[in-house]
Design a protein around this ligand. Structure first.
Ligand SMILES: *Cc1c(COP(=O)(O)O)cnc(C)c1O
Length: 434
């Protein structure tokens, strides 16, 4: 093992290809179904909302997909390759013999991993002639990533932001607006669906499901306009593997093989991108690593959901996806880790859970914030509330290694920083958190 604290790669080391785990999956990842016919969706049926090149990627079976030069160039702006860092100060504070490593996805301009796919999706849309991209956002992490990406490739970005967040969490709205996006509080008067809802209740607080429906309606009814999704779909997982591709090189530099690979899971994209390249090696029997997805106790889709076909949105407008789901009408409680409030899980991550290749655990909100503060005191960066879920489990495993006096190698994905989510920390510190 190499005792260095930080493993950095140069700009030339930005991966040249994404890894597509579909090629190595022991059984095929179940395809999306048309809810009308219960038959696999035909590519043409998706062309109203996605450009053809991304639909092809969604169904692609090739092991590797070349990353276009323009996307690699933009990845430089995202601070790629991101460093792999050893949390030596936390190890010391815990007095653990375990070695804790983290991959820093908080260093992008938006502070999370989400621009890795936003840049790629905007690029492919630009190539396909798209002029406007619509999307939904809750607290704004995905909206701000896509707004940045659209500004890079000169397209307009229309974001439907859940109204309670639009009013109550305005900072990421400002970020989107700085990047030139049009941000609408959802439900909005911009769409037929939004107008119907507003007629019934002008104070409708909105939901992610409503915002998706509005974004899809606008994409379908406006010329040269497509829709974009920030997690769950295969092509999103594919783009995020830029994280795990870099990581394979960095693990070699560090001369370690992880005992544990940990990530928080909302729709599954940061966990998938971080872990799929190594999971591919586990499938081939080359490593014996344990892969752990961490979710909130209040949204336990992977841990307690059913594995079945369900809608991706609340209104039931999307194709059916085979996934671990709490049911598309499930309304998650308003926890601070907004990015983890999703009723389902990516079909790929769901399949690997079903096959026993991936495990999942749940953690309570209070315990995640205490881990976040322990982390900030030891390592400096204030983690996103989502990221604290992974940190909680990393700390717990490091403490278990201490009890057993084992030198375990623990690697987790630091999906984002929490500097725009400080209200949660305030609630925790002032004893108001439940
Ligand atoms: C959105 C988000 C997540 C959850 O989304 P996934 O698709 O599961 O990765 C996790 N961490 C941060 C910082 C996020 O912004």
């Amino acid at each position: 093992m190499n005792n260095a604290v930080r493993f950095t790669l140069g700009v030339d080391d930005i991966p040249k290809r994404w890894y597509n785990i579909a090629a190595d999956s022991p059984v095929p990842i179940p395809p999306p179904l048309n809810p009308g016919t219960n038959q696999p969706i035909k590519p043409e049926e998706m062309e109203a909302i996605f450009p053809r090149n991304l639909i092809e990627q969604e169904m692609c079976q090739d092991r590797y997909v070349d990353i276009p030069e323009e996307v690699r160039d933009a990845y430089i702006m995202l601070n790629r390759p991101s460093p792999l860092v050893r949390a030596v100060r936390l190890e010391k504070a815990l007095k653990t013999p375990a070695k804790i490593f983290y991959k820093r996805e908080d260093l992008s301009p938006c502070g999370s991993h989400k621009p890795n796919t936003a840049i790629a999706q905007a690029y492919y849309n630009m190539v396909a002639g798209t002029e406007h991209i619509t999307t939904e956002t809750g607290a704004g992490q995905w909206g701000s990533a896509l707004a940045l990406a659209c500004s890079v490739f000169n397209m307009s970005c229309k974001v439907f932001m859940v109204r309670v967040s639009y009013d109550g969490k305005p900072y990421r709205r400002y970020v989107m607006q700085v990047y030139g996006a049009d941000v609408y509080p959802s439900p909005s008067p911009e769409t037929k669906y939004g107008r119907t809802l507003l007629e019934k209740d002008p104070n409708n607080p909105g939901s992610l499901g409503i915002a998706i429906s509005e974004a899809i309606e606008m994409a379908v009814t406006t010329p040269n306009t497509k829709y974009s999704l920030g997690s769950v779909l295969n092509h999103v997982m594919l783009h995020q593997t830029v994280i795990g591709q870099e990581l394979l090189t960095q693990l070699e530099m560090a001369d370690v093989v992880p005992d544990y690979m940990i990530g928080c899971v909302g729709g599954g994209s940061n966990f998938a991108g971080f872990s799929f390249p190594l999971l591919g090696q586990k499938i081939k029997g080359k490593v014996d690593t344990e892969f752990i997805g961490v979710e909130p106790t209040s949204v336990p889709s992977l841990t307690e959901g059913d594995y079945r076909y369900d809608f991706g949105d609340t209104a039931g407008m999307t194709p059916l996806l085979k996934m671990y789901t709490l049911g598309h009408e499930f309304i998650p409680s308003p926890i601070h880790a907004g990015g983890l409030r999703y009723h389902g899980m990516a079909p790929s991550v769901s399949l690997f859970k079903d096959l026993g290749l991936v495990k999942s655990v749940t953690v309570d909100q209070i315990d995640t914030f205490s881990a976040g503060i322990q982390w900030a005191l030891a390592e400096g960066v204030i983690p996103a509330p989502e990221t604290t879920h992974a940190i909680r489990v990393a700390i717990d495993l490091a403490l278990e290694a201490k009890r057993k006096n084992e030198e375990k190698i623990i690697v987790f994905n630091f999906s984002g920083h929490g500097l725009l989510d400080l209200v949660g920390y305030d609630k925790y510190l002032s004893g108001q958190m439940k």
